[in-house]
Design a protein around this ligand. Structure first.
Ligand code: CO8
Length: 258
């Protein structure tokens, strides 16, 4: 399918989605988020795809929601129109893992989009921020909620109240990103991580995603019970038997997603 604001390539079981509005630093509008939601939904139902990587350019991942698009909207427009809710809902419903590969600016909705992914790998020039306060608004798709869970209240308050940017080193130290690599090596690192995931059983991969995400929604005891029950249930799969036999037979497992 041809998209105008993103570019999608599927190769070696990985769907690589490049945000592609360079004139606006990949600012998120209805078109871009709509195409992204469609592409991720298509990747979810494409049996060839086992992992998804979302990226931008070396200078920007996405500089936020499109300020030009939002500037003349009224309360009724954004409330009744439920700005971005359908699109972000579709992104969050994807069960296959999504890696955000971020170089340069990931600001406002761009930072929030990266946080909607399952983990973030950053180039050393990455800059994360929630500068919406400078526009007379606040974050609207996770910048006060997900960021607080990633980096804690103090840093989330600092970033949302002052609008300051966090560099890659601070982002890694604070738990916002899982790895930092030189920007030039970002795509090798992200595609390498995606390739590693693509080798695993999709059943276990989707179970990990569900279980880790569950930790955000439940008290510890409930989360631990959920994890234990998912662990138990994986003993009903052929891939469990294959994975354990392969280890004992000192060979690579041949997972069949069953
Ligand atoms: N929206 C629209 N256009 C943008 C955006 C944006 N967010 N960011 C950059 N651009 C455009 C600029 O207007 C400029 O276009 P032009 O050349 O036509 O003037 C071009 O990109 C390049 O930008 P700059 O000239 O400003 O480049 P600099 O290198 O000087 O600065 C920055 C780069 C620091 C990234 C700067 O552009 C900037 O501060 N951008 C805005 C960042 C921002 O405030 N982001 C938050 C936006 S609000 C938001 O994300 C809310 C999300 C929640 C939505 C909730 C819905 C329910």
């Amino acid at each position: 399918m041809a998209y105008e604001t993103i570019v999608v390539e599927v190769e070696d079981h990985i769907a690589l989605v490049k945000l592609n509005r360079p004139d606006a630093m990949n600012a998120l509008n209805n078109d871009l988020l709509g195409e992204l939601a469609d592409a991720l939904t298509a990747a979810q139902s494409n049996d060839k795809v086992r992992c998804i990587v979302i990226t931008g350019t070396e200078k920007f991942f996405a500089a936020g929601a499109d300020i030009k698009m939002m500037s003349d909207k009224s309360f009724v427009d954004v409330f009744a129109g439920d700005l971005f809710t359908r699109e972000t809902g579709a992104i969050l419903r994807v069960r296959k893992p999504i890696i955000a590969a971020v170089c340069g600016y990931a600001l406002g909705g761009g930072c929030e989009l990266a946080m909607m992914c399952d983990f973030i790998i950053a180039g050393d020039n990455a800059k994360f921020g929630q500068p919406e306060i400078n526009l007379g608004v606040i974050a609207g798709i996770g910048g006060t909620q997900r960021l607080t869970r990633f980096v804690g209240k103090s840093k989330a308050m600092d970033m949302n109240l002052t609008g300051r940017f966090m560099d890659a080193e601070e982002a890694e130290r604070s738990g916002l990103v899982s790895r930092v690599v030189p920007c030039k090596k970002l795509m090798d690192e992200a595609m390498g991580a995606a390739a590693k995931i693509a080798e695993k059983s999709m059943i276990s991969v989707m179970a990990v995603k569900e279980a880790v995400n569950r930790s955000y929604e439940t008290p510890l005891a409930e989360g631990l019970l959920f994890e234990r029950r998912v662990f138990n249930s994986l003993f009903a799969t052929e891939d469990q038997a294959e994975g354990m036999s392969a280890f004992l037979e000192k060979r690579e497992p041949q997972f069949r997603d069953r």
